[in-house]
Design a protein around this ligand. Structure first.
Ligand code: PLP
Length: 441
């Protein structure tokens, strides 16, 4: 670790030298495949010339102009394009610099929208266990990963959580309507126990990110959740920080469901790693109500920066011009099938799941009984380190609420070629073999 810089732990990694397409090179010229697009960020790959040119062109005009001093044409254009990508009715955009800021913004907008309606009772945000919604205190309060929240408990109000529909662990068929009904009953019970009149909104990753390992909800779940929110007066907010930007095969994962949310929060793939960028896209009337009642008590100095908007526009151009959503579906199917082949050869891969290029596999001691590997093995970090030594970057999480084991996100950029999928799977195969030899014999 550097003398003057710190992150979560003392772990060190090589210095980055250069990145292009799906590859990164360290200072010793070792090459790595970006098998997780960083943290599911670099959806269009690294150093795309179109985005670099778009940023350069904006840099020659204005990089920053404080939003209260000037309007910016490029920021307006980008907002209009994002609104078009969101489901019908969501057409007001508030820009921020990342996912946690987007979640904070949605919480405050939901609260102010309730107050504008004269309802001051609703203040609780409901979310799921496990889930991850960010690192700031408000986002931690709605994050369903207790060790991230517990140390800060006296500083915030922990919000109510319901169990995510972990159907693969529960041995339930995701296509059987009874499965969704089972999890929805849990949610309704919890809503009634909390008191529906105190609940502001339900915050949910429509397709799970790293906390659940690319969990696809059972058929009918999102539609049922929408109906419950309507019945009890909760707003429905989709956390598309990870799923936005084409990763699941549609620009927003909302398109996969017959359930329109009241707000979408997004980040990561929006800026694609070219600039810190996030957004809340909200129902028009909610924003109008808040603006009519004293204004939105919120804002970040660096948000809505023209240079960030230029990067976001460039990324969106690439996603559209290169038809990367369709490509995510096609390539996702190929990669999913290849991961299933690995599962057939390595019995400790207990599950493979996901949608588009948001894919994950889970390691288990016994796939039949869903027994997880012992915690002390630290499989999540061991396999990541082995893969890293082999020149493959994957992203792991050991969910720390006791519900799950070690899972690994395999989410390369959407520009990956079929030959590069072969290369990635080859390195993963080698890494799994080495992991098994070292730790499971
Ligand atoms: N929400 C989800 C679903 C995420 O995956 C993340 C980050 O991983 C966040 C929110 C927080 O985003 P950020 O790290 O940009 O603050």
């Amino acid at each position: 670790m550097s003398e003057h810089l710190f992150y979560q732990t003392r772990q060190t990694r090589p210095f980055i030298e250069r990145s292009e397409g799906i590859y990164l090179w360290d200072a010793d010229r070792n090459r790595y495949i970006d098998g997780s697009s960083g943290a599911m960020v670099s959806n269009i790959g690294h150093s795309h010339p179109h985005v670099l040119a778009a940023m350069q062109s904006q840099m020659q005009k204005a990089t920053f102009a404080y939003r209260l001093h000037f309007q910016s044409e490029i920021v307006e254009q980008f907002a209009a394009r994002l609104a078009k990508k969101a489901p019908l009715g969501l057409d007001k955009v508030f820009f921020v610099s990342g996912g946690s800021e987007a979640v904070e913004t949605a919480i405050k907008l939901a609260r102010q929208a309730a107050l504008a309606r004269g309802d001051d009772k609703r203040f609780k945000m409901m979310s799921r266990l496990p889930s991850y919604h960010g690192s700031t205190l408000g986002a931690v309060a709605v994050t369903g990963t207790p060790p991230f929240a517990d140390p800060f408990a006296p500083m915030m109000k922990a919000m109510p959580k319901v169990r995510a529909p972990l159907h693969y662990l529960d041995g339930l068929d995701p296509n059987d309507p009874a499965t969704a009904a089972h999890y929805l009953k849990d949610i309704e019970d919890q809503i009634l126990a909390e008191g529906p009149e105190t609940l502001l909104a339900f915050l949910v990753e429509p397709i799970g990110g790293a906390s659940t390992g690319a969990l696809v909800p059972p058929a009918g779940y999102m539609e049922g959740l929408r109906a419950l929110c309507d019945q009890y007066g909760l707003l429905l907010i989709y956390d598309e920080v990870m799923t936005g930007g084409g990763r699941t095969g549609t620009y927003f994962a909302a398109e996969h469901f017959d359930a329109v949310p009241d707000m979408i929060v997004s980040a990561k793939g929006l800026g694609g790693g070219y600039m810190p960028l996030g957004a809340v896209i909200s129902r028009n009337d909610l924003v109008e109500d808040v603006l009519d009642h004293g204004g939105f008590l919120h804002g970040f100095t660096n948000a809505a920066m023209p240079l960030a908007a230029a990067a976001g526009m460039g990324v969106l151009d690439v996603i559209e011009d290169e038809q990367l959503c369709a490509r995510a579906t096609r390539l996702g199917d190929t990669l999913f099938a290849r991961l299933k082949e690995l599962q057939a050869r390595y019995p400790f891969i207990g599950d493979v799941r996901g949608k588009g290029l948001l894919l994950a596999f889970e390691l288990m001691a016994d796939a039949q009984t869903k027994q997880v590997l012992p915690k002390e093995l630290h499989a999540h970090s061991k396999l990541v380190d082995i893969a890293y030594q082999n020149g493959l970057i994957i992203y792991s999480r050991r969910t720390r609420n006791g519900a799950e084991g070690d899972h690994f996100m395999v989410c390369p950029p959407l520009i990956t070629s079929t030959a590069q999928v072969d290369e990635l799977v080859g390195l993963l195969d080698k890494s799994l073999g080495q992991f098994a030899d070292l730790y499971l014999k």
